[in-house]
Every structure is written in C-alpha cells, then in structure tokens.
Design a protein around this ligand. Structure first.
Ligand code: TRP
Length: 336
C-alpha cells in the first residue's frame, strides 16, 4: 500500500506572525515529527515574485520563515525542507504543465478574478492593469510544486483549495494525453478554529497590517498586545469570550484547563487591561526560548542555508529522476 505524501508551500513574503503559527506552522511541525508521515515543506520564493516584492524583502522573508520553522523544532531529518528555487525541475515542469493547461481554467482562478474585479471596481479602463503573467499562471507553478513530489495530500488554507483542485485537473489532463505519470493530489483544509483575528478584529493577515509577529522583541510584543481591540465594558462587568480576540489568542496557546480559568475570569469581570497584561506574559513565556533560538539563526544565516541545502539535495533525489521520466513521456528525448 502506498503511503500518503504531504506537501505544503509557504510563500516568502512578510514575517511569520502568530496567526501563521497557530494555523500552519504548529500543525506542520507536529506532522514533521511523525515517522509515519512523509512530509515536504518548502519556501515558495518563486511564488513571492508574483507579488513584485523588493529583492531584499524576499531574501529577508526567506531567512525569517526558514529560521522560524527551524527554531520551532521542524524535524528536517524526517521531513524534507527546501527552497523552491533550489529545485530546477520545478520551473521545468511548470512549462510542461503550462502546455497542458487550458487558458479558460486559469481565467476562473479566484486570485486572478479578484485582481480583475478590483480593477473594474476601481474604474480602470484596463481590467488586467498591473496583473502579471506570474499572477495569472500562479496555479500552474503551484501544480508543479505539488506534482513534482507526487503529493497525495496538500494542507492549505481555504483560499488555496481551488489551486489544488486545478493541480488535479492539470494532472488528469496530462495523464489522459501521456499515460499514467502524475499522481492526483487532494487538498486538506485546516479547521476553522485555526484562524486567529488580528489587532483590529479582522483575520490576522499581512494584507490587513494587523499582525503580531511571532518573534517580536518583548517590548514590541507588549505594545502590540495592548493595542488589541476590545469592547468598552468596564472592569467588574462580566464579559463574553465569544468574539474576544484576547481570549482567542490565549486559547490558541493554552491548555483546556487554562482556557477554562480565563473563561471564569471573563465571567467575573476581569478588566481588559489586566487581561492584556496576562496574555502578554503568557505568550512571552511560551515564546521566549524559541525566540532566543530564532535570533541565533537570524544572526547565523549560514546554518539556515545548510539546512536548506540538505533539503534540496534530498528533494532533487526525487525530482531529477522523475523529471527525466516526464521528459521521456512527453517526447523530449535524446536522439539515436
Ligand atoms: N500558494 C500558497 C499560499 O499562498 C503557497 C504555495 C505555493 C503552496 N506552492 C504550494 C501550498 C504548493 C501548497 C502546495 O499559501
């Protein structure tokens, strides 16, 4: 019986925040330690280009995200941890898949449609204004990421589900044409409890500028937590845990028993200022040892690079021979 292969990519834009941690990093790290699971994690730096980031920001984000995963204990002996751009077979497969992908399929991608809609609503004459081919073909590069390693399960946020379905469509079309070469993947969507709100109460996201960086220095962490939006209930007035960002963040880190204690404090009318202080102390204590390791890695990028090279070598043991097989299947062959 063949084992499931899990694969997930992290786009290298921005600094890891506690929403990323709770939603993706923590479950990913737990899975990396499971000897029963075959896991691939990679830094999607080619994907980051579609967003036209500043070069220094892309490399800084690559370092920060890699250092975060390593500091938090990613098991890189069990899981394969690499950088997309270190695997030359990925862009190669991207082109092969581009030749198999219906343009109409890409027209239907939510991310592209949202960009067009924003142009139309903004009164732009050109609905494609500012839209790169990289944004348009983004799902094809993502398909190559997935299909290159024969992933069967792809843990992603809800917003990426359609992309995984597209990878499946593209693989099916390829196989129909060239025989059974590619493995059809399936998306695995994390539970909705894994979505944390940010400072302003909307989903914590870099695009809303409302995040709490996972490894913010202590002072900044305190300041940010003090900014979290609450309602205007006074100290002593009973408070609801529902819709309370402070509670949700606390709960994401705490044990069930600790969460129940806080529920009681809410019912007893804990002051928001006190709850903020308590949350700060709790998270700070939780993150402190990891933050020290993170800072050590950021100061020593060669250690991080060596981990990525180790992962790339392992990944290429799979991608190089598989790409040769794919080339043969499509008729890109040596003569004679
Ligand atoms: N597009 C994904 C995101 O923004 C990142 C990603 C790139 C990815 N390639 C992938 C996720 C392959 C899963 C599988 O979150």
């Amino acid at each position: 019986m063949s084992r499931d292969i899990y694969l997930t990519g992290i786009t290298t834009t921005g600094t890891p925040h506690i929403g990323n941690y709770v939603g993706a990093i923590r479950p990913g790290i737990a899975a990396s330690k499971d000897p029963q699971k075959k896991n691939f994690y990679f830094l999607a730096d080619f994907h980051a280009l579609a967003k036209n980031e500043d070069p220094d920001k892309i490399s800084q984000s690559t370092l920060e995200i890699a250092a975060a995963w390593l500091a938090l204990g990613l098991d890189t002996d069990n899981a394969t941890f690499y950088r997309q751009s270190d695997i030359p077979e990925i862009p190669e497969l991207t082109w092969v898949l581009t030749s198999m992908t219906a343009k109409g399929l890409m027209n239907r991608a939510h991310s592209y449609k949202a960009a067009v809609q924003a142009n139309v609503e903004g009164g732009n004459k050109d609905p494609d204004k500012g839209i790169t081919m990289a944004l348009y073909s983004y799902p094809i590069l993502m398909s190559a990421d997935i299909l290159m390693f024969k992933a069967t399960r792809v843990p992603v946020g809800r917003d990426q589900k359609q992309h995984v379905e597209m990878a499946r469509d593209v693989a099916q079309r390829f196989n129909h044409h060239y025989g059974d070469v590619l493995v059809l993947p399936e998306a695995v969507i994390g539970g909705s409890t894994a979505v944390l709100a940010g400072l302003d109460g909307r989903k914590m996201s870099k695009s809303y500028n409302n995040t709490i960086p996972l490894f913010a220095p202590e002072n900044r962490l305190r300041k940010l937590i003090m900014k979290i939006k609450t309602n205007s209930l006074e100290p002593g007035e009973p408070k609801e845990i529902e819709g309370s960002t402070l509670y949700d963040i606390y709960k994401a880190f705490a044990s069930d028993e600790e969460a129940r204690e806080i529920e009681k404090s809410y019912a007893d009318g804990i002051a928001w200022g006190e709850m903020k202080q308590l949350l700060f102390e709790y998270i700070n204590e939780h993150l402190k040892p990891v933050r020290d390791e993170y800072e050590r890695l950021i100061a020593n990028p060669a250690i991080v690079e060596a981990e990525l090279q180790k992962g790339a070598a392992r990944a290429r043991e799979i991608s190089a021979p598989f790409m040769a097989e794919i080339r043969d299947a499509i008729g890109i062959r040596k003569l004679g």
